[in-house]
Design a protein around this ligand. Structure first.
Ligand SMILES: [Zn+2]
Length: 316
């Protein structure tokens, strides 16, 4: 059982002393682990029969202002729940936990704010910057298909396991960058780019179920995996897709090959992650992998690569 950890939030630190075993004994009604940061995934444990509501001022990247939402989080029979924090998540939010005895606990979350860089990518084929009119219907249809796939809810809990890298490669693009394609502003970069040679195997970082395989206009050849409770991961620009919808994949199983299909300027894997419709940063899942030495080295490598990403090669 991994340790319940938390970074940079003193208010939460006390509850984090609670192990899942303590929660089961009824000692503490709330324990959290994961990353309380923009783009992070947070896994919670409460007592059986409790209800949990996330009160957060939410905003999507295309919106001007944040709107308060009360998200009732599905709680499993044993008290497990999960939620994600988007690119624009505010500095604070509140978890309201109603215990079976009627007691309500309001727990303030402090969310680490990130600074996103501007990334300018040149040499993108014109049709991917300003798509031709005749592609409009296809783009819309595919957008709705992806939205629909992310509405899936299953009882799987693969996301509680330590993630493994889907491909060994240099990090060539990080989550959250504001992007310009050939000088035209477009949506931020919602994923992690790993540069690797065409044909290199792409592996499932944790077990999951294949929920979508398709050749999409922008994303190219795409595989989406469901890891349970609204958590999905996405693998795009693939050269080959080697699974089909409904397949149950194990950790490390090959699901496709690295490629450069769709809006891509060179062979790489774009790895995306979602909680429902909220785009998360898969790199956050690699910060708390089991094995301190290995994860430390990986962290410093990704930090070094941050300084290099302006070269803008192999982007998207
Ligand atoms: Zn990318």
């Amino acid at each position: 059982m991994p340790t319940w950890i938390q970074r940079g939030a003193a208010a939460v630190a006390l509850t984090l002393l609670a192990t899942s075993a303590m929660a089961q004994q009824g000692g503490l009604p709330l324990a959290l682990r994961g990353q309380l940061v923009q783009g992070g995934l947070v896994i919670g444990k409460t007592v059986s029969g409790a209800t949990v509501t996330l009160v957060i001022d939410r905003k999507f990247w295309w919106e001007k202002a944040r709107k308060r939402v009360r998200d009732k989080l599905p709680v499993a029979a044993d008290g497990l729940f999960v939620f994600g924090l988007g690119r624009e998540a505010p500095p604070t939010a509140v978890l309201k936990v109603r215990l079976p005895n009627g007691q309500v606990i309001s727990h303030q979350l402090k969310i680490r704010q990130r600074r996103y860089r501007v990334q300018r990518i040149k040499g993108v084929a014109r049709k991917y910057v300003t798509p031709p009119k005749r592609q409009k219907a296809r783009i819309k249809r595919e957008f709705l298909m992806v939205v629909e796939a992310r509405k899936r809810f299953s009882d799987r809990r693969d996301f509680t396991r330590p993630f493994k890298w889907p491909v060994a490669g240099r990090i060539s693009g990080v989550y959250g960058n504001q992007r310009f394609f050939n000088g035209v502003p477009r949506q931020p970069h919602f994923g992690l780019d790993l540069a690797a040679a065409r044909g290199r195997p792409v592996r499932a970082p944790v077990p999951g179920v294949v929920i979508l395989t398709h050749h999409l206009f922008f994303a190219g050849k795409t595989v989406m995996l469901d890891h349970g409770r609204g958590v999905t991961t996405t693998y795009i620009h693939l050269h080959k897709i080697l699974v089909k919808p409904g397949d149950v994949v194990t950790q490390g199983q090959i699901i496709g090959q690295v490629g450069s299909t769709g809006r891509s300027t060179g062979p790489h894997l774009h790895w995306g992650m979602n909680w429902k419709q909220i785009r998360l940063d898969p790199a956050q899942m690699m910060h708390h992998t089991v094995g301190a030495v290995r994860s430390k080295r990986r962290r410093s490598r990704s930090q070094r690569s941050r300084g290099r990403m302006h070269r803008g090669r192999r982007g998207q």
